[in-house]
Design a protein around this ligand. Structure first.
Ligand SMILES: [Zn+2]
Ligand SMILES: [Zn+2]
Length: 179
């Protein structure tokens, strides 16, 4: 949705938005980050937008669920997130420095608008990508796969001993020396 910031009423605006799967797949930069995923439902967002002087402030929360593979154990899982964010926008990149003086320290994360249009879809896709750009983990303490036998270590120890793995490496070194 493209919002003309001139049309934000004095009391502010509350928006309930959703971005469908096709739009997310086409426009989100997550693929560029190397994350392979499938969106499980449309992105939902709640935005509170207000205009204070020349600054547009956006308080929002996002609801998203994707299906993705764990970067450690490779198992598919549902990754959900409901991040909240505060964003600030000012008009006109040219007037940067002048505008920056009006901002309080909490408002240091400033985005610049060209003209009067705030693209809320773009805003939501950015927040979506930011929140999923990290290497996905099925759980924070995922033990991953054994480097030697490939077993899923979340299901218990695989029987490979750490020393053995080291032995393997030394063994190949020894072979090399013998030749
Ligand atoms: Zn995992
Ligand atoms: Zn193993």
């Amino acid at each position: 949705m493209k919002l003309n910031i001139q049309e934000i009423p004095e009391e502010g605006l509350t928006l309930e938005l959703s971005v469908d799967e096709t739009t997310v797949t086409e426009l989100a930069s997550l693929d560029a980050e190397g994350v392979q995923y499938r969106l499980l439902k449309p992105l939902k967002a709640h935005l509170r937008i207000s205009l204070a002087g020349s600054i547009v402030s956006v308080q929002g929360s996002l609801e998203a669920a994707i299906s993705v593979n764990c970067s450690r154990c490779l198992k598919g899982f549902t990754h959900t997130t409901e991040p909240a964010f505060n964003l600030y926008y000012v008009r006109g990149a040219k007037e940067h420095e002048e505008r920056e003086k009006e901002l309080t320290p909490e408002e240091t994360e400033i985005n610049y608008l060209e003209g009067d249009i705030l693209d809320t879809t773009e805003l939501l896709l950015e927040q979506f990508s930011l929140n999923f750009a990290m290497k996905p983990l099925c759980r924070s303490d995922c033990k991953g796969l054994c480097l030697a036998c490939g077993a899923d270590l979340n299901k218990g120890p695989c029987g490979c001993k750490k020393e053995k793995r080291i032995d393997h490496r030394f063994a190949s070194l020894k072979d090399f020396k013998v030749k």
